[in-house]
Design a protein around this ligand. Structure first.
Ligand SMILES: Cc1cc2nc3c(=O)[nH]c(=O)nc-3n(C[C@H](O)[C@H](O)[C@H](O)COP(=O)(O)OP(=O)(O)OC[C@H]3O[C@@H](n4cnc5c(N)ncnc54)[C@H](O)[C@@H]3O)c2cc1C
Length: 413
């Protein structure tokens, strides 16, 4: 569908932008010109130590106290009650500052909106305010060793026991599970039903008995995600979000928000930072023409992404939901940041492998190591290609077993 794009803030939005920027100027540091702009914050850099988590909590508490948490969330759950456009303006303004809120993003951007859409009033009032106020961190317990791209193949079970559920199984790649209070969990509640129809969405207390969280170390040296094992873990039925066996539909809300969030990551400012880095490494002031060529290529791609972003924003502001545009944005973002990390490392040269808190060269090396994860997280490049193939190009769906086959009769891969 052709969407007419509108780039201008309304007067109300322009006033909101000024207010947001003034608050950020008063409470956050500006990002340095040649810093790699937040790519690493989402992949563990800002949550590696207990001190990092404490900084994030304090930031979130301050933001919530001053009315800058959950911009578009209803005020009764601790939000600001503003529009989606104002939420987007807030994110745009935050991009220029060091905002240490990464550990709260899974809860606030993915889990919270799912509880708003599918939870009961009592559940919203219990779970949402402590999340926004920085008191409770959430993680996502969806992927398993045999269920990532094909998430509906998940095998972790939740068996009914009176008004409780007993959970057994394993999750993997669970970002932040090692410091989270709540995990939103997809578990199989009916193996007799076809695979999409026997899943339920729960909020699991990560302090419950029977949970073992084992951090996984990445090649960056950080431990951003974990394996999580469940042995007879109890969940009260009051923590079930949405209808029984309807978790696949509930999870679509979570995944839509995940794709939209991923498409937003760290691209704004990354090319300017590379240009600053290239100038810094050109002592006579002339940047190598081959580097200039690569910078121009990245600039064009970042500009294209900016326009895809406007298309998404315009669709949202006109009351629509992002569709395949979110897949295009996510795919383009992951490729661009991989190439930016590669170019930044080549420009900075050997300096990039030296850890020096006053030098940003090392951030580009870390970006090079961290960025490949973005091509997998939130739906891999290949999966985005499939979505674009089917929904944009109109190609036929991949063949597979019937959607009506009971889960227990499906072959195990
Ligand atoms: C940094 C990071 C953070 C993450 N955080 C979380 C989290 O907090 N919670 C959580 O639940 N999960 C998390 N994940 C997991 C993530 O959602 C999965 O890694 C992702 O969905 C891919 O699944 P998989 O790793 O099982 O790979 P697989 O699905 O096994 O895929 C393996 C390869 O096969 C390709 N492939 C698979 N299916 C198809 C197909 N139909 N057509 C073409 N190619 C295909 C894939 O593209 C990939 O290259 C995270 C992952 C990363 C990298």
């Amino acid at each position: 569908m052709f969407v007419h794009m509108n780039f201008e803030d309304t007067p109300v939005e322009a006033a909101f932008r000024v207010e947001a920027r003034e608050w950020l100027e008063a409470h956050a540091a500006l990002r340095s010109a040649n810093s790699s702009h937040g790519v690493l914050s989402v992949l563990g850099r800002e949550s590696d130590t207990a001190a990092d988590i404490e900084i994030a909590r304090q930031w979130q508490q301050k933001a919530a106290a001053d009315g800058w948490a959950g911009i578009s969330w209803p005020t009764e759950y601790g939000g600001r009650g503003a529009t989606l456009m104002e939420q987007i303006i807030w994110s745009q303004e935050c991009a220029a500052f060091v905002v240490p809120d990464a550990v709260f993003r899974i809860g606030i951007s993915l889990g919270g909106p799912t509880v708003i859409a599918h939870g009961t009033e009592e559940q919203r009032r219990r779970f949402l305010p402590p999340l926004l106020a920085g008191e409770e961190i959430w993680c996502q317990l969806f992927s398993e060793p045999g269920a990532g791209s094909d998430l509906a193949s998940l095998r972790t079970t939740a068996a009914a026991d009176g008004d409780e559920w007993i959970v057994n199984g394993q999750k993997v790649w669970s970002s932040g599970a090692h410091y989270s209070k709540w995990g939103f969990l997809l578990a199989r509640t009916n193996p007799e039903a076809p695979k999409h129809q026997g899943i339920t969405w729960f909020l699991l207390d990560m302090e419950a008995a029977g949970i073992e969280v084992r951090p996984l170390r990445q090649m960056t040296g950080l431990s951003h995600f974990n394996e999580v094992f469940f042995e007879d873990v109890c969940i009260p039925d009051t923590n079930r979000i949405g209808d029984l066996h309807d978790g696949w539909r509930v999870a679509q809300t979570t995944l839509l928000h995940e794709r939209s969030m991923m498409g937003e990551f760290g691209v704004g400012g990354v090319v300017d930072a590379l240009v600053a880095l290239a100038r810094q490494h050109a002592p006579d002031g002339t940047v190598d023409p081959r580097v200039r060529q690569e910078l121009a290529d990245l600039y064009i791609r970042a500009e294209t992404m900016r326009f895809i972003g406007y298309r998404l924003i315009t669709a949202i502001s006109q009351g629509g939901l992002p569709g395949a545009e979110a897949s295009v944005a996510k795919l383009a973002m992951a490729r661009l940041l991989n190439d930016a990390g590669d170019l930044g490392t080549r420009i900075a040269g050997p300096a990039s492998v030296v850890k020096d808190p006053d030098e940003f060269a090392n951030e580009w090396w870390e970006t090079l190591l961290a960025a490949p994860a973005l091509r997998i997280a939130g739906g891999s490049d290949e999966v985005q290609h499939n979505i674009i193939g089917e929904r944009v190009l109109g190609l036929p769906k991949e063949p597979g077993p019937s959607r009506d086959t009971p889960f227990k009769d499906l072959p195990i891969s």
